[in-house]
Each structure stands twice: as C-alpha cells, then as structure tokens.
Design a protein around this ligand. Structure first.
Ligand code: ZN
Length: 182
C-alpha cells in the first residue's frame, strides 16, 4: 500500500509497527526494504513528481487533502528532520519555498499548511522524513484549521516556567531531562 494519508498517521503503511523512539541511537539510516518513500525516490513505485533537487523529491499525494497537496521527502533514508545534514536542511528549505511559490503562482493558492510528523510519539507512520505541503485557496474562509483540530493540554504555570528554563538552557539542559536524544 502506498497511501500517504495524514488522517491515518497512526496506521503504519508498511504493515508493521515501526519503533521510532528517537532517544535510541539511530541505526545507520539503513532503509527498510519496504520503505515507500525510498521506493518512490528510486522510481520503483510510480509517483507524480513535481520537483526535485540534489537531496529532495516532491510529488503529489495520492490522497490529497486539497488540489496540489505535495509530499516532500529526502532522497536519503532519513527518519526524522533533525537527522538531516546541514546541506540537506538547506536543500529542504529551498525546495519547500520553491513549491510554495509554485502553488501560489501556478495554482492560485492563497495560503498553505505544512505538516510533518516526526517520531513514533507524533504518530509518524512511514519511518522516512516527509513533509506535507497543503495549499489552501479560499479568500473568505479558513479551509484547513489544523491547529484548531489539536486539542490544547492543561499545563500548570510552574511546569510552563520550568519548561521555559530548560529550553533556554539549550541542548545540554535538555539532555539532562532525557529529551536530548544522544
Ligand atoms: Zn526510506
């Protein structure tokens, strides 16, 4: 199955539960045989490619949330965004912006929503970094109020203060809490 469906991010498209626990040391980014996005990058699975550069490929989602819904994936089997090299990150920024401009100029999009789930706790279903770039078209109404769909959590003020201190402390402070990864 090669669907890329943000509504079913909890369902693993490759048919097995993939452990994306990012606190574990990543294995050398060896693509699993059945990685859908690697198969699209290599051309084994056909896709409607709309753009590519040195490090990224962009194609139309086969279950689009809007006309012109694009999925952007790195050519290398990178599981999550922060595993990308600086070159890949820069390349991502360029292809993303280029596609946003194309959605606006060629399709008449008036806005866009960017969605990317990273890690098992986010509900990422395919263990290969991907970004959904979904154009919106209405001038008069909100078409994809994605942040409104995510229910807010009640976080006590003292926890907010603690979190603020930890984040201001940078990577070393985060590592001490267990969120730093390595
Ligand atoms: Zn892959």
């Amino acid at each position: 199955m090669s669907t890329i469906d943000i509504d079913n991010m909890g369902v693993d498209d490759v048919g097995t539960n993939v452990n994306l626990n990012t606190t574990q040391q990543p294995t050398a980014n060896q693509p699993p045989q059945e990685c859908i996005f690697c198969a699209i990058v290599s051309g084994k699975i056909p896709a409607k490619i709309v753009d590519s550069n040195n490090y990224f490929v962009a194609f139309l989602d086969i279950q689009p949330k809007a006309v012109g819904h694009i999925v952007i994936v790195p050519k290398r089997h990178v599981m999550i965004m922060d595993q990308m090299t600086d070159e890949e990150q820069a390349s991502y920024d360029m292809i993303l912006k280029n596609l946003i401009l194309k959605q606006r100029s060629a399709l008449g999009a008036t806005g866009y929503t960017i969605i990317s789930s990273n890690g098992g706790s986010s509900g990422q279903s395919v263990p290969h970094f991907s970004v959904h770039l979904i154009p919106t078209y209405s001038k008069t109404q909100v078409e994809l109020p994605i942040m409104g769909l995510i229910q807010p959590q009640k976080v006590p003020e003292f926890v907010m203060d603690d979190v603020q201190k930890k984040l201001q402390g940078g990577a070393s402070a985060l590592a001490a809490t267990g969120y730093g990864g390595q």
